[in-house]
Design a protein around this ligand. Structure first.
Ligand code: FES
Length: 407
């Protein structure tokens, strides 16, 4: 073998001459190739795009009326380029693009359906269950105008109100108020189908037994969950056998909570969260053990104790700068900068509308704003360099704001 660590016997008789022809062949192939830069897309990018599409073009395939609420089944609009619905985690939401009397608005709605319905390459769908809210605005528009066959644009799945086994206990108590049942329906269906692996006890608050949204549907899912999902109905305005009565108090939670460690997830109106925060303290639950679904408009900022009283009822001028093009519009102290822009017909970016997602991230060029502490999702660098979330910023003076819409 000498200095080589392989046998040279097989190479005997080989000369470089046959390879010289290869150079000519290669040059010929290069000259015949098209004069463009080759494109390549990484599989990771293809996967990321399918999981997080910027927009999903959908059609309304079915409308179901629940009385005061409707369920809309959305399917991909292949004619407009959406082949399948993006997969989602149970309890995520999409933001729906609307045009309400000339105001371009994005509103978040929970995907109520089973994540299984968006799996695979065959027929895929989402279901949104939307209830008439008080005050009514986008929900009233949707409930009165959406019909089968309509085309709608929605975002990819968003939000992190889903179960995360590294963060959450294996047993979850859900507190739902009214249409706040929607994320828990999705979780329950995912548990029943083995997509999610945790136990769920749902304390579901409604005013009366007759007004329980999705009652039959949620009970049917619980029945096929092999005991992993339990539903307890709590009526605030009616006493009836077989139902709990009153509010969802610490005492009631204790009565139905599983033994040992558990997390509490809540979805409902802001007043419910304020009440339940007190109940969590009574239960002695650490902050990491309870979470609230926050997507949706921040209402009642001017009623917060730290909102400057002298500014109530004031109207200011908001100058909006979109890549050098400026427009000045009115804005009221009680209304968010995002709301003021939408009402003026400005297509400002937004998704969650609650200060969490950062999609509306804009630069405060001048002026003062009130930002509620419980909706201040900015990073330290944002605060230092004057970036705000207009969805949760309320004017306290004339404002100049630079926004960065993307198509
Ligand atoms: S829209 Fe999500 S932070 Fe403003």
């Amino acid at each position: 073998m000498g200095k080589y660590n392989y046998s040279r016997k097989g190479l005997k008789g080989l000369t470089p001459f046959p390879f010289l022809g290869e150079v000519k062949t290669r040059v010929k192939a290069i000259q015949a190739a098209p004069d463009t830069i080759p494109q390549s897309v990484y599989n990771a990018n293809i996967l990321a795009k399918s999981l997080h599409p910027a927009v999903q073009h959908v059609k309304i395939a079915k409308v179901e009326d629940h009385g005061g609420a409707k369920s809309f089944t959305l399917v991909p609009d292949k004619a407009r380029g959406t082949e399948k619905m993006a997969y989602f985690r149970a309890s995520q939401y999409v933001s729906v693009s609307l045009n309400i009397n000339g105001a371009p608005v994005n509103k978040p709605y929970t995907i109520r359906s089973n994540p299984k319905d968006a799996l695979g390459s065959g027929d895929t769908s989402y279901t949104l269950t939307i209830k008439l809210t008080d005050p009514a605005y986008a929900s009233a528009h949707i409930l009165s105008t959406w019909k089968e066959g309509d085309q709608v644009d929605i975002s990819g799945p968003l939000g992190d109100f889903y179960y995360q086994d590294l963060r959450d206990a294996k047993q979850v108590v859900a507190i739902a108020g009214g249409s706040g049942i929607t994320p828990f329906y999705s979780m329950a269906a995912a548990i029943a189908d083995g997509i999610e692996d945790f136990d769920l006890t749902i304390l579901y608050g409604s005013r009366t037994a007759g007004g329980i949204l999705l009652k039959d549907e949620i009970e049917a899912v619980a029945a096929r969950s092999k005991g992993r999902v339990k539903v307890i109905h709590v009526l605030s305005h009616e006493e009836k056998e077989g139902f709990e009565h009153g509010f969802i108090t610490a005492e009631l939670i204790r009565k139905y909570a599983p033994q040992g460690d558990y997390s509490v997830f809540m979805c409902g109106p802001k007043a419910m969260y304020t009440f339940e925060e007190g109940e969590m303290k009574k239960l002695g639950l650490p902050k990491r053990r309870y979470r609230m679904e926050m997507s949706g408009d921040y209402l009642g900022a001017a009623q917060n104790a730290d909102f400057p009283g002298s500014k109530k009822g004031k109207e200011y001028r908001l100058t909006v700068d979109i890549r050098g093009e400026k427009q000045t519009i009115p804005c009221k102290a009680e209304e968010s900068l995002l709301w003021a822009m939408e009402q003026a017909g400005i297509k400002a970016p937004s998704h969650c509308r609650s200060g969490e997602c950062g999609w509306c991230h804009s630069r405060l060029v001048s002026g003062d704003v009130y930002i509620p502490e419980d909706a201040d999702g900015r990073r330290m660098a944002d605060k230092k360099f004057g970036w705000i979330h207009p969805c949760c910023s309320f004017p306290l003076s004339d404002i100049e704001l630079a926004i960065y819409p993307t198509e």
